[in-house]
Design a protein around this ligand. Structure first.
Ligand code: NAD
Ligand code: TYD
Length: 355
């Protein structure tokens, strides 16, 4: 049984990736997560005692802890997702983004390099450091055009600047030291277990809680939405088959304005959980002050990963959104525990001895 590290495995995408890897691969996963406000082991409740899921509550900025983990578990590779991930938080307080996304990635790269340097030639060639990044590093598009792997980096927010810096570090560790790295840059994800500060889960939660649906500015900013399980499938493919030194863009060809997204959610909720007074959830929409420096449009050209690795998304926007709304309606306890903070106590009860 071979081991891989997944950093940030208690987060939204990391937990989806671990679900996929346990269901469809033979990897043993060491899930390395500091459990910030965004880390929620309730998303992995079914794997609390799974023999192929080991949880370590550790900070990627802690070099000694990372060295100990490499020595203890001798991984064949790392899929690195741990990050501060919310643009609005990065605007209000960029410090944690610099620490985790830049210094943490540097620390993890150095720990991986120390471990990898001592391997024999065959294990060295097989090792992978997969850095999971975002399309936001490329900045903002106008009305036309798509991000390709060679698009220039023009990050605009503290979040995207910190991710861009980490991409450059990973690239340099490959170029300078020969560490076998791959980088993926993905568009906006949505699906189950996303923290309700991001657009889609926030809107679902506010709608059914009879709260306003706050649309930044006039709502015509465009994002290219990808269902999280499609991202997880792409990550597995790139980790196992990607070429060292390469980067791959991942996206769903689902460009939507924020208003279109919110209207789609309202229509699904009108059908699946009609408001008590018979009016549409659309009536809860309000316009609020725009985000400073708000990127206008993101859109991904995913031709390379399709051509070279055979990946295409399985969910359409319509099917993925329906799945997502149904998941939130069927799992009110997950959201309620996040909102009340009770997920922390759940983690202490179920993982307390392993933290
Ligand atoms: P998330 O905020 O849901 O999860 C991040 C996880 O990292 C949390 O479990 C948190 O506890 C952990 N973490 C934070 N700081 C840490 C530290 N110092 N040490 C160890 N663990 C730490 O984020 P997400 O949406 O799942 O995103 C995962 C990755 O994918 C990030 O690197 C993000 O930049 C990237 N990404 C996200 C999206 C998206 O739409 N969400 C799109 C493209 C790329
Ligand atoms: P978000 O989910 O924060 O992702 P990102 O900023 O990384 O793209 O936001 C998605 C879009 O939705 C973005 O254009 C900002 C907008 N938005 C709102 O209009 N209202 C909200 O309450 C939130 C959280 C986001």
């Amino acid at each position: 049984m071979q081991t891989i590290f997944v950093t940030g495995g208690a987060g939204f995408i990391g937990s989806a990736l671990i679900r996929l890897l346990i269901a469809e691969s033979d990897w043993r996963i060491v899930n390395i997560d500091k459990l910030t406000y965004a880390g929620n082991l309730e998303s992995l409740a079914e794997f609390a005692d799974h023999p192929r899921h080991v949880f370590s509550r550790s900070d990627i900025c802690d070099r000694a802890a990372m060295d100990d983990l490499f020595a203890a578990y001798q991984p064949a590779g790392v899929i690195h997702l741990a990050a501060e991930s919310h643009v609005d938080r990065s605007i209000h307080g960029p410090g944690d983004f610099i620490d985790t996304n830049i210094s943490g990635t540097y620390t993890l790269l150095e720990a991986a390099r120390a471990w990898w340097s001592a391997l024999d030639a065959e294990a060295k060639a097989a090792f992978r450091f997969h850095h999971v990044s975002t399309d936001e590093v490329f900045g903002s598009l106008g009305d036309t055009g798509l991000f390709v792997e060679t698009s220039p980096y023009q990050p605009n927010s503290p979040y995207s600047a910190s991710k861009a810096a980490s991409d450059h570090l990973v690239r340099a560790w490959h170029h300078t030291y020969g560490l076998p790295t791959v980088i993926t840059n993905c568009s906006n994800n949505y699906g189950p277990c996303q923290f309700p500060e991001k657009l889609i889960p926030l809107m679902i939660h506010n709608a059914v809680s009879d709260k306003p649906l706050p649309i930044y500015g006039n709502g015509d900013n465009v994002r290219d939405w990808l269902y999280v399980d499609d991202h997880a499938r792409a990550l597995r493919l790139v980790f196992e088959q990607g070429v060292p030194g390469e980067t791959y863009n991942i996206g769903g060809h689902n460009e939507k304005t924020n208003l279109e997204v919110v209207d789609t959610l309202c229509a699904l909720l009108d059908e699946l959980k009609p408001r008590h007074d018979g009016r549409s959830y659309r009536t809860q929409k309000i316009s609020v002050a725009d985000r400073p420096g708000h990127d206008k449009r993101y859109a991904i050209d995913a031709t390379k990963i399709q051509r070279e690795l055979g990946w295409t998304p399985q969910e359409s926007f319509e099917s993925g959104m329906r799945r997502t709304v149904l998941w939130y309606l069927e799992n009110p306890a997950w959201v309620a525990h996040v909102v009340s903070g009770e997920y922390r106590q759940w983690m202490d009860r179920n993982y307390g001895d392993r933290q």
